[in-house]
Design a protein. Structure first.
Length: 245
């Protein structure tokens, strides 16, 4: 079995084979890194969403609610709350003429902040999609290169003996296996991260709707209004679906 392992591929392969193997290993490391980072991030954002619903709306003031969300610079719920507060402070300025009396300026600013945060959720998905779709073909190229070596060995020896063919063919099969080993986790990770992103995006859209209702009416959105937010945020939902397609 020594002729069919990664050690044999590295020792017997030429610079092309070694480059393909290193490239596939690099793709695997990149995909696992993205999956681990995004998986931890989504779990953290889910906890932050629960905190936003409990602590922010239980605070005595907007400032206290923003402080309750924490000081992390990458907290999307804090950024939405800050965007709503700043928009509310700007709506009476002379240059702002967007129907601020009925909260259109606040809704506009919060919607922009929401779009930015949803776009930020998609970071890393392009890497997983690219690795999942291209690594099988990179492994297939290594397979073709190994078969080519087998044919060259057969032509040089003048006979198709097992000794001449086993090594290069084993090299080809290992490269195919490595390509699939890289692609399958990347595809599964992409689907897992995309599902987590949709859950976080839903919490962000609900929180942004509650902020708009609060600054327009002065009270927190009710459950019925929360259902209406799904219609109000339909463009944002379509963006999430398009990004995850």
């Amino acid at each position: 079995m020594g002729n069919y392992g990664l050690e044999h591929v590295w020792v017997q392969g030429d610079f092309v084979t070694r480059f393909i193997l290193i490239f596939l290993i690099g793709m695997s490391i990149a995909s696992w890194g993205v999956m681990i980072v995004k998986g931890i991030s989504n779990r953290r954002l889910t906890r932050l969403g629960a905190t936003a619903q409990k602590k922010f709306w239980a605070a005595r003031s907007v400032e206290a609610g923003i402080e309750a969300l924490g000081n992390a610079s990458d907290n999307p719920f804090r950024k939405l709350a800050e965007a709503a507060r700043e928009a509310n402070e700007q709506k009476d300025q002379p240059l702002v003429d967007n129907g601020s009396e009925n909260g259109e300026w606040v809704a506009y600013c919060v919607r922009n902040a929401l779009d930015e945060q949803i776009a930020h959720l998609q970071n890393g998905l392009a890497v997983l999609a690219s690795i999942g779709s291209t690594s099988p073909f990179v492994g297939l190229f290594g397979t073709v290169w190994g078969i080519y070596h087998a044919l060259v060995a057969i032509g040089a020896s003048g006979q198709a003996s097992l000794d001449q063919v086993a090594g290069p063919v084993g090299e080809a099969l290992v490269m195919t296996a490595v390509g699939l080993f890289v692609a399958i986790p990347a595809v599964l990770g992409y689907n897992y991260i995309a599902r987590g992103n949709r859950a976080v995006a839903h919490k962000l859209m609900r929180f942004s709707h509650q902020l708009r209702v609060f600054y327009v009416t002065g009270s927190k959105a009710s459950k019925t209004e929360g259902v209406k937010s799904l219609v109000a945020n339909q463009p944002a939902q379509q963006k999430v679906a398009a990004a995850n397609a």
